[in-house]
Design a protein around this ligand. Structure first.
Ligand SMILES: [Zn+2]
Length: 414
């Protein structure tokens, strides 16, 4: 391929953005629609217009910068987010946006005009830290969230999202919403330990796992810990302990990427010499297919029934929230894999255990993701780190993917 990544420029750009909202311990706090998010957006606006792109903002503040193509075709989109969590890292989100910027600059350097327009997107409020829920900008653009509802979300100080959007000057027009693309690509740090453990720099993401959340309530009988023989107890906590191990066992025996977690736990009366009467806890299951997710829940219910009968407690399970799995488009995933090979980046396929804007983008556009190894799998913390060589390998893979898809896609004519 005639274009190539300019390593120094790419790393310097990432450094420059990491100064916006920099923390004293090497991290970044750039909450959605804060002053610092505004400053990062201003800088991005300057960078993309400086690279010759046409910039617009939609009615939810999603920024779309277009590099025109030579044919009338749907765009190839590159997107991610510039907002961060509180005391987060410098690469989560920014890598995808700034890696995309480097792709544009590399095309410019090489004098390449693509057939498709290339759109670079900075999605509003991916993190969902200041304003819940997460992945809001991509969700609004793809019709998963209603815009008015999203604008009415407030932060802890009662400030409305919609007011902040106007205040920082990025409220645009509805007709600037990102259109259905020929392809959507997102480069992101893995935020998990799989690549690091395998000593592989680049991940070919096949999809985003589905998530289901269950609330478990166990009712036993409180009683004096001294006079109550073991066989006559109805101990809610002992029953909960069994359920926690069932969750762990079900996930472990399914193998990656299936995971199961009990993360929230409340115990009554929580007194040293009283048998526990009540437990409330959460279960989080993640699986690559909806049927598999349902099987996990069914098997948990079976086990709970058995534990309930044997222990004489009452167990209620409520599956109260589910996010279905998203399998990425096989043509795009294959193109990413070929691109990694073409640029000599060692890679492996994997599923994402966390949500990304790509999940909602995939509702509209054939989508794929590229992961870059995270040291120790750490993210959403100041210790988040990826090696420069891995960053460059990830961006080179992105560049090659865009170049190859531009040549091969027989896309929808706009
Ligand atoms: Zn992210």
């Amino acid at each position: 391929m005639p274009a190539s990544v300019n390593r120094e420029r790419l790393l310097k750009t990432i450094d420059d953005y990491a100064r916006i909202g920099a923390t004293d311990s090497g991290g970044v706090t750039r909450l959605a629609l804060s002053e610092d998010d505004g400053r990062a957006r201003e800088r991005f606006a300057g960078d993309v217009t400086g690279a010759g792109l046409e910039l617009s903002a939609d009615d939810f503040g999603n920024m779309v910068a277009r590099r025109e193509g030579s044919e009338v075709l749907a765009p190839i989109q590159i997107g991610s987010h510039l907002d961060t969590v509180r005391r987060g890292g410098r690469f989560d989100g920014a890598l995808g946006v700034l890696g995309g910027l480097e792709v544009i600059r590399a095309f410019n350097d090489a004098g390449i005009t693509t057939r498709h327009p290339v759109d670079l997107i900075n999605w509003t409020n991916e993190e969902g830290v200041r304003f819940e829920p997460a992945m809001m900008g991509s969700g609004v653009a793809c019709g998963v969230f209603d815009r008015e509802w999203a604008c009415d979300r407030t932060d802890l100080d009662g400030v409305r999202l919609g007011d902040e959007l106007r205040r920082i000057g990025f409220q645009g027009e509805r007709n600037n919403r990102p259109p259905t693309g020929a392809a959507y690509l997102e480069l992101h740090i893995e935020q998990g330990p799989v690549l690091d453990d395998a000593d592989i720099p680049v991940g070919i993401v096949e999809g985003i796992v589905g998530i289901t959340w269950i609330n478990v309530r166990i009712l036993g009988q409180a009683d004096h810990a001294g006079p109550s023989p073991m066989a006559l107890r109805r101990d809610a906590l002992a029953a909960a302990a069994e359920i926690i191990l069932v969750v762990e066992h079900l996930a472990s025996e399914s193998g990656p990427p299936v995971v199961g977690t009990v993360g929230r736990f409340d115990l009554e009366p929580n007194i040293i010499n009283t048998i526990p009467s009540q437990v409330e806890m959460s279960v989080d299951f993640r699986h690559r297919d909806a049927e598999g997710l349902k099987r996990l829940v069914d098997r948990l219910i079976e086990s709970a029934d058995e534990i309930e009968t044997r222990r004489g407690v009452d167990i209620q399970l409520e599956r109260f929230w589910t996010s279905p799995p998203t399998a990425f488009d096989a043509r795009i995933v294959d193109a990413v894999a070929l691109a990694a090979d073409a640029v000599g980046a060692q890679s492996r396929r994997l599923w994402s255990g966390a949500g990304h804007d790509a999940k909602y983008a995939a509702e509209m556009t054939p989508t794929g993701m590229i992961f870059v190894r995270s040291r120790g799998g750490l993210s959403h913390c100041e210790q988040e780190f990826s090696e420069s060589d891995d960053i460059v390998a990830g961006v080179a893979t992105l560049l090659q993917t865009v170049f190859a898809l531009d040549a091969s896609l027989d896309s929808i004519v706009t």
